[in-house]
Design a protein around this ligand. Structure first.
Ligand code: FES
Length: 371
């Protein structure tokens, strides 16, 4: 034995190596000025019914926690989360409560399992400890190692397989849940829906127009070439309304479109492959572009008809309409997508605009930037 640097007498290295882990842990505690005044194994006889019952109770809490974690993942993927038109089923309202409730159950039962474990299965212990701040000696390190070994023994994990497995389950669920939230976008694949707007041809809804989608104002009136003065502009939408599936062209965030009538003498220098997207197809007088700014998605609609410039008020990007809405100033780097349009004759004999097809490029902000 040698003098301990902090509290009791320090056993020699040889003495420590001869001790059981528990004896070494108690000796180490004393050297550190920690006096264990009471220590009792709750189940001195291993494998009794009472011990197994306690173990099952703790495991049950972990299993409930794991099931709630699993439920969270299922709810994240399967519970409807979309808003639908007024008057249709609004079942998205269960989405957030379901996720929050299951997450709470997972964490609460993991905590309950931990508390029950320490209350029901780990040895009772009371200790009084002094504080010290001297660097650790080799003996200190050995004693700390012994304390850790006894601590692991006390948890019962090495011999309690059920507990170990249920804890791993609950821990796995706990680790997976934040992962699901982080990579959720990849779990719920958007498919190609980000590449389409409601201008996508719809033969079922518009068989008489060959599936081409009528272009309408926000009050659902159809848009006619006569409506616009030369140099004029209007915000228009796809005339698609499907109450059952919750589609509404006028409310759809991706579909607002600017229809522009050029002034006499103005011509457009088109992008490659888009020379016939206006109306008339050759030497067009009317052209239509997405209203969603390609920088950060604000509505770009301040049109200066003399110069043909379109300004986005959010960060002052400017698009040159006479060059097919090419960005000429500000942070936007991609042209506004162009909508292929033409006219058809309505039942009243007037001409009305329809979209020949959907936009050929994804609408919206610059994260769609492509080489
Ligand atoms: S959103 Fe249009 S310039 Fe930034």
């Amino acid at each position: 034995m040698t003098d301990g640097s902090h509290g009791g007498t320090m056993p020699s290295e040889e003495e420590i190596r001869r001790m059981t882990p528990e004896e070494a842990m108690i000796a180490g505690a004393e050297v550190d000025g920690v006096r264990i005044v009471h220590r009792r194994d709750r189940f001195p006889i291993r494998g009794t019914k009472a011990e197994k019952r306690a173990e099952r109770g703790v495991a049950m809490a972990f299993i409930v926690s794991a099931l709630a974690g699993l439920g969270f993942i299922v709810a994240f993927i399967a519970v409807p989360f979309r808003w639908h038109l007024p008057g249709t089923a609004q079942n998205f309202k269960y989405y957030t409560p379901a996720l929050g409730g299951l997450l709470a159950i997972m964490l609460i039962f993991l905590g309950i399992g931990m508390v029950l474990w320490s209350k029901w299965l780990m040895p009772e212990e009371e200790a009084i400890q002094d504080r010290h701040d001297v660097p650790s000696s080799e003996e200190d390190k050995l004693l700390t190692e012994a304390a850790l070994i006894v601590g692991l023994e006390d948890t019962g994990l090495p011999r309690r397989g059920l507990l170990m497995r249920s804890l791993l389950l609950a821990g796995g669920a706990m680790a997976t849940v934040p992962l699901v939230a982080l990579v959720g976008g990849m779990i719920k694949k958007p498919g190609d829906k980000l590449f389409h707007t409601l201008f996508k041809p719809n033969p079922k809804m518009f068989p008489e127009s060959g599936g081409r989608v009528p272009i309408v104002y926000s009050d659902w009136r159809r848009v006619s070439p006569d409506d616009l003065e030369p140099g004029g502009l209007a915000t228009v939408f796809p005339g698609v309304r499907d109450e059952v599936n919750g589609y509404n062209g006028v409310n759809d965030a991706s579909s607002p479109t600017l229809l522009i009538r050029l002034k006499p003498g103005q011509t457009v220098k088109p992008r490659k492959g888009q020379g016939t997207f206006g109306w008339p197809a050759h030497n067009p007088e009317y052209i239509a572009f997405s209203k969603i700014c390609t920088h950060a998605g604000c509505p770009a609609s301040l049109y200066e008809q003399q110069t043909g410039r379109l300004l986005c008020p959010c960060h002052q990007s400017q698009f040159q309409v006479l060059e097919d809405a090419k960005p000429v100033f500000g942070p936007a780097t991609r042209s506004l997508p162009k909508l292929p349009i033409t006219v058809e004759t309505g039942k009243d004999g007037r001409q009305y605009f329809v979209a020949l097809s959907d936009y050929k490029e994804p609408i919206g902000p610059g994260f769609w930037e492509r080489p």
